[in-house]
Design a protein around this ligand. Structure first.
Ligand code: ADP
Ligand code: ZN
Length: 436
């Protein structure tokens, strides 16, 4: 099923024309309403009428997280305060929160885009859908909530925490869909097991997971434990919230709601566009937002735009998995390391639970990487008395990590259930070098 065939299946030509028209309008709007943008455009000698087609976007200035911080709290807001009906603050994974105001129309666009995502996952008005992203300042909870209501499904605003009660409701109400972080999905699975609820006793069919990077291995793990089909949901508060892109049943990349959020991939160093299919930094321009429109926002997320078209019938561009963020890429002894690489290796080995932590330090002048990883309960129970088996396993993991990362890591096996659980976003990294 497709929620808005008109937009999701538009011809490429019509889409480019629509984007061009909207870009012109948004540039005109920020020029007149946001001094920050007016100044930046004037410095480049650009007047709104110079921007007529979507190809002109490369002439526009980039916007960074730092710009948002420098203009805290309302400096980039374009609509008058009286038009703002909602304010969110980003979760501040990597610094102070940023404030985003939405007009009534923005909330409508958000619900529309979120409805497209849910429909692609196969959710309909016949479903009962639990939203287990945090409600509150974080955009995840309310963002998903409005989408569920908009398609007419029954929303269970579970939020995070209260996990046992939530699981009882999932079982007793026959909840068929859920949205949460992949980390929380695993936590739900663990709690379920502890409570003695089996996946046969619940009716979850669809999961919308996002807000943090996750791998194919993690997808399989979650699908297996919760007995559902797991879909990717991507978004960020600066652009809107969850709804920016979504997987269709083909699950070959995530379709971008391009009529509202125009994507570019640039080289994070030179800021030049990269070729289709090449990984670079994802940049978005909001084409219709009124509250806080944003031009060429550098997301710091690394991914590629997939070439070719999708067989699902949607014509919108698809982005690949987020490989990591430029700011969670670790540079260890000069080598670039993403936590997601470690996740793939760890989960490709059946002995390990999907729980791991990278601990980076500097001893003398040398960077060190320690990978802590939890053993699966069953494996741990079977091999409890044989230290030699654990030593062999440690070595096997270290060897695999070395071949993938080109870096020697010290492996530290942990007993089941001993690494900290995160209910929201999980960072998987402790970098002690930051103190120096
Ligand atoms: P913060 O920057 O404070 O974390 P947000 O709460 O808006 O702010 O989080 C948005 C970020 O979360 C994205 O830029 C991206 O790094 C990450 N993210 C969101 N959805 C996904 C997803 N499906 N896959 C990978 N990363 C995601
Ligand atoms: Zn598709």
């Amino acid at each position: 099923m497709i929620w808005n065939e008109n937009k999701e299946c538009m011809s490429r030509e019509d889409m480019r024309a629509l984007q061009g028209k909207r870009l012109h309008k948004i540039v005109t709007y920020v020029y007149h309403n946001v001094p920050f943008y007016r100044k930046k455009l004037q410095e480049r000698d650009i007047r709104p009428d110079d921007i007529q087609s979507i190809d002109d976007i490369v002439r526009l200035p980039f916007t960074t997280k730092q710009d948002l911080r420098d203009n805290y709290p309302f400096g980039l807001q374009a609509a008058p305060q009286s038009e703002i009906v909602r304010i969110h603050a980003s979760s501040g994974t990597t610094g102070n929160p940023t404030i985003v105001g939405y007009t009534r129309k923005d909330i409508g666009v958000w619900s529309e885009c979120m409805s497209r995502c849910l429909t692609a996952y196969g959710v309909s008005r016949n479903d009962t859908f639990s939203v287990a992203y945090g409600y509150g300042l974080f955009t995840g909870g309310l963002g998903a909530h409005y989408g569920v209501e908009n398609i007419g499904a029954a929303v269970l605003p579970a939020s995070i925490g209260n996990t046992e009660k939530h699981l009882h409701l999932i079982r007793d109400l026959g909840v068929s869909g859920i949205a949460c972080t992949p980390s929380y999905a695993l936590y739900l699975a663990e709690t379920m097991k502890r409570m003695g609820i089996t996946k046969e006793q619940i009716r979850l069919r669809v999961g919308a997971f996002g807000a943090e990077p996750w791998t194919e291995e993690m997808r399989r793990e979650i699908e297996d434990k919760l007995g559902l089909k797991a879909y990717n949901l991507y978004g960020l508060s600066e652009i809107m919230g969850p709804c920016v892109s979504y997987e269709c049943p083909r699950q070959q990349g995530s379709h971008i709601n391009e009529d509202h959020f125009f994507p570019e991939i640039v080289d994070p160093e030179t800021l030049e566009p990269v070729d289709a299919g090449t990984v670079g930094e994802l940049v978005f321009t909001t084409l219709t937002k009124e509250g806080m429109p944003i031009l060429r926002y550098r997301t710091r997320d690394l991914c590629s735009i997939l070439p070719g078209t999708c067989s699902c019938g949607r014509t919108s561009l698809r982005m690949g998995h987020i490989m990591g963020r430029t700011d969670d890429m670790l540079i260890i002894r000069g080598i670039n390391v993403f936590p997601s690489q470690v996740e793939s290796v760890v989960l490709s080995m059946k002995e390990f639970a999907p729980r791991y932590l990278l601990v980076v330090d500097r001893i003398g002048n040398l960077d060190t990487l320690q990978v802590q990883v939890e053993l699966r309960q069953e494996y741990f129970d079977e091999n409890f008395d044989t230290i030699a088996t654990f030593q062999e396993l440690e070595k096997r993991l270290a060897d695999r990590l070395k071949s993938v990362l080109s870096l020697t890591a010290k492996v530290n096996l942990k007993s089941p259930g001993t690494l900290a659980r995160s209910l929201g976003k999980d960072s998987h990294v402790i970098d002690h070098r930051k103190q120096y």
